[in-house]
Design a protein around this ligand. Structure first.
Ligand SMILES: N[C@@H](CCC(=O)N[C@@H](CS)C(=O)NCC(=O)O)C(=O)O
Length: 200
């Protein structure tokens, strides 16, 4: 039995934390059989681990918590890998992680659902069009940055890249047209092509 338990199936935002654990090369127990749409996240036992009642969540000897990006930053700091040790570098990781969650995640999820995941009779073209419009500026921001930088923070892949690319992955899954932002497209493939990104 490992010190760390990751809760949530790979086909959920738990993918982000499973990818992170793979990058770090750490042992963990995986509680994948959580029916997050069926109420499993709202039991007293689950809420004691993640009061937000969503997946992913983790518990180890130090902490029980939710929020995928925060979990990944915790694991990076705990294992002293994939995160700079200086204040500015660490803060830039936070900046990119907050950025992707607030600027990109919601419209990308809307795109994923209404362009690909929902049964066809439930998809709404106007939601797709709004998502494309909402994503134009943040993707341009990212593309401009990536035109001059291979990775988001420092010279190597970091947890900032993982958190950002894990959200972009929804665009790849739903065949979002990234042709207007070619640096984003290349970057996404660079990140998602890493062996640890192939989680099950
Ligand atoms: N901001 C949270 C969002 C977590 C989240 O919404 N997870 C979904 C599954 S991918 C969930 O638990 N849904 C259950 C529900 O909405 O009740 C994170 O990144 O961890």
């Amino acid at each position: 039995m490992s010190d760390l338990t990751i809760m949530g199936p790979a086909a959920s935002r738990a993918m982000r934390t499973l990818w992170m654990a793979g990058e770090l090369g750490i042992d963990f127990d995986h509680k994948a059989d959580i029916n997050f749409r069926g109420g499993d996240c709202r039991t007293p036992e689950y809420l004691a681990v993640n009061r937000a009642g969503r997946v992913p969540a983790i518990k180890d000897s130090a902490i029980s918590m939710g929020e995928s990006c925060a979990i990944n930053i915790y694991l990076a700091k705990k294992h002293k890998k994939l995160i700079p040790s200086d204040l500015v570098g660490e803060t830039k990781v936070l900046e990119w992680s907050f950025w992707v969650m607030t600027e990109v995640e919601k419209p990308m999820l809307n795109y994923l659902f209404h362009a690909a995941m929902l049964p066809e009779d439930q998809r709404k073209q106007e939601v797709v069009e709004q998502a494309v419009a909402d994503l134009a500026w943040p993707l341009e921001v990212l593309d401009t940055y990536l035109a001059k930088h291979r990775w988001l923070v420092g010279d190597d892949f970091s947890v900032a890249d993982l958190n950002v690319a894990a959200v972009l992955a929804w665009g790849k899954m739903s065949k979002f047209d990234f042709s207007a932002t070619p640096h984003v497209a290349e970057y996404m493939d660079r990140c998602l092509g890493r062996p640890a990104a192939k989680v099950r």
